[in-house]
Design a binder for this molecule. Structure first.
Ligand code: PRT
Ligand code: ZN
Length: 285
């Protein structure tokens, strides 16, 4: 039986979380340290550990079938690959930053300036759509120090907390794109590999849904059930069980993580008591 080949970052910001995702999907990987290749013991998957920059190209050439990389990398490399799923980790943005004492006047600021970046293609596109003439200085690492050493006037780089820019005397002035890790793949996978991919995507979605939702249990006077059901619609509809105390019920449902606090307030106002919130391990919709 054929195996699906997945590329993940060998060592870097996406490595650990990519492996964690596979493990949450129930896939065991016998991974010795320093190896380039590993095989899953309970799923038809072969894992290759590569530099993130190489992954889109290897997928286009079908050296590997699928891979996990940042959306920023997919856009910069411009390879002909399919994006299947956003994975909810590796969040960051690609931004332009200038010396903090400079006044930012809008994209015009960059006219005739020199900008250091590891993302020349995305940056070229940004300047073209804003009709700006600027010089792009491509460098592969430590972009933030370029203005300080006189190599460039500004930078275009990945930002997450913003502290690297700050410590280098720069301020973020424009966000070109927002990014997170995505699962990408070759467009011409054969039907056998597509089937394995579908199984993997099914598991990834279950993991992602679980991470985005919480299981909620609460006690409610029977008179409030209708109101509470409106606040907590659940997957199909909430489960309601009578309590030993007459006139009261226990209600079970799911709530989205990002709506959680707002809903809890509404539930309390509606008369809910003894609210328990529990993490979900897998969620199949
Ligand atoms: O060796 P390899 O080529 O595989 O790794 P790499 O060094 O090129 O990549 P790596 O591990 O740094 O990043 C991999 C991916 O993680 C990126 O393509 C992004 O999709 C994502 N990501 C998320 C980040 C960051 N957050 C991030 N903060 N990538 C880089 N950074 C760097 C940024 O370049 C800057 O130097 O962190 C610094 C800024 O961080 P803050 O928190 O100070 O703003
Ligand atoms: Zn890289």
């Amino acid at each position: 039986m054929s195996k699906l080949k997945i590329a993940i970052q060998k060592s870097g910001r996406l490595s650990e979380k990519s492996l964690k995702l596979l493990s949450e999907c129930g896939i065991n990987i016998s991974n010795g340290t320093g190896v380039l290749k590993a095989t899953a013991t309970n799923f038809p998957l072969e894992v290759l550990f590569l530099r993130d920059d190489d992954i889109p190209q290897y997928i286009e050439q079908q050296v590997v079938d699928i891979g996990i990389v940042g959306e920023n990398m997919v856009l910069e490399k411009g390879k002909d690959v399919e994006t299947y799923e956003q994975l909810g980790f590796g969040g960051c943005r690609l931004s332009l930053a200038i010396p903090k004492e400079d006044k930012f006047t809008g994209p015009d600021y960059f006219e005739n300036k020199k900008i250091a970046t590891s993302y020349p293609n995305i940056l070229r596109g940004y300047f073209a759509s804003n009709k700006i003439n600027a010089e792009i200085e491509e460098i592969s690492g430590s972009v933030e120090i370029a203005p300080g050493i006189g190599l460039a006037d500004a930078v275009c780089d990945i930002v997450s907390s913003g502290s690297t820019l700050l410590t280098n005397g720069l301020k973020e002035v424009e966000t070109i794109l927002k990014s997170q890790a995505v699962l990408i793949g070759n467009k011409g996978l054969n039907s056998e590999k597509k089937k394995i991919l579908e199984k993997l995507l099914f598991r990834i979605k279950a993991v992602r849904n679980a991470a985005e939702n919480k299981y909620i249990l609460l006690n409610t006077p029977d008179s409030s059930i209708k109101k509470i059901c409106e606040i907590l619609p659940g997957m199909k509809s909430p489960t309601i069980l009578p309590l030993a105390v007459k006139g009261w019920s226990s209600l079970h449902s799911v709530v989205k993580e990002d709506e959680f606090w707002e809903r809890i307030e509404l539930l309390k106002e509606a008369g809910a008591e003894g609210i328990l919130v529990i993490p979900i391990e897998k969620m199949i919709i």
